[in-house]
Design a protein around this ligand. Structure first.
Ligand code: AMP
Length: 220
């Protein structure tokens, strides 16, 4: 089954996608992670999109659809079939292209789960978040600190990294672009009968339980 996690930056899409991967055997396709890895590799794609990411704008649809297509194909070769799309689609054009891509591959989109979080909380979450440089475990300056200061709970790593687009100014521009360009997908998927809304302000475990119940409900 295939799911889209929809919601503004900081809504918790990445956290919930990770839990679905660990607990329910899904395969995650997170377009932001894919782009950041291209930037780290300094590939031609990375060089093309670097400035776009640091300004908080969206990468063009053609590039994104190509990136998704390549990554679906790559994962299908290794037998992965149940996808969570995290951060894609972000425009109506991307949504239409995803439908076409899934169709061609004989797959369907089962449900779209939108995480609802208020703006002040989003800004607080995003502008304080950081991650372990070794294992990627996520932390926050005030909301989720490691048990021992400066030491990763998961792997003991002692170096951490922050995304350079996770500052208040860029978050505000990412939020503005979310409401203008991405949020209309809510109506699009509501009209298709695929939209489920989840309160993203309750505990991570509660959100994850709610998502699991939805995924059980929307199996083909
Ligand atoms: P994220 O990690 O999902 O917050 O994405 C980080 C950045 O990558 C975004 O602010 C955009 O610049 C770019 N990006 C990720 N996914 C998409 C997408 N589907 N369409 C356009 N740009 C994207």
């Amino acid at each position: 089954m295939n799911i889209i996690l929809l919601g503004p930056p900081g809504a918790g899409k990445g956290t919930q996608a990770n839990l679905l991967v660990q607990n329910s055997g899904f395969s995650q396709i997170a377009t932001g992670d894919l782009l950041r890895s291209e930037i780290e590799k300094m590939s031609p794609l990375g060089q093309k999109v670097k400035q776009v990411l640091s300004s908080g704008q969206l990468v063009d649809d053609e590039t994104m659809v190509r990136l998704i297509e390549v990554n679906i194909d790559r994962k299908m070769v290794t037998g992965e079939v149940n996808f969570i799309f995290d951060g894609f689609p972000r425009t109506i054009q991307q949504a239409v292209a995803l439908d076409d891509l899934l169709n061609i591959k004989g797959m369907v989109l089962n449900c779209v789960i939108k995480l609802i979080v208020d703006d002040e909380m989003l800004i607080k979450r995003v502008s304080g978040r950081y991650a372990c440089a070794s294992c990627g475990a996520g932390y926050h300056d005030t909301l989720n600190m490691p048990r021992v200061e400066g030491v990763c709970d998961s792997c003991g790593g002692m170096s951490f990294k922050r995304r350079n687009d996770d500052n208040e100014q860029t978050v505000r521009s990412r939020l503005a672009s979310y409401y203008k360009i991405t949020d209309p997908l809510t109506e699009h998927y509501k009209n298709e009968g695929k939209l489920y809304e989840v309160d993203g302000m309750v505990s991570i475990n509660q959100i994850s339980d709610n998502i699991r119940q939805i995924t059980e409900q929307c199996v083909e």
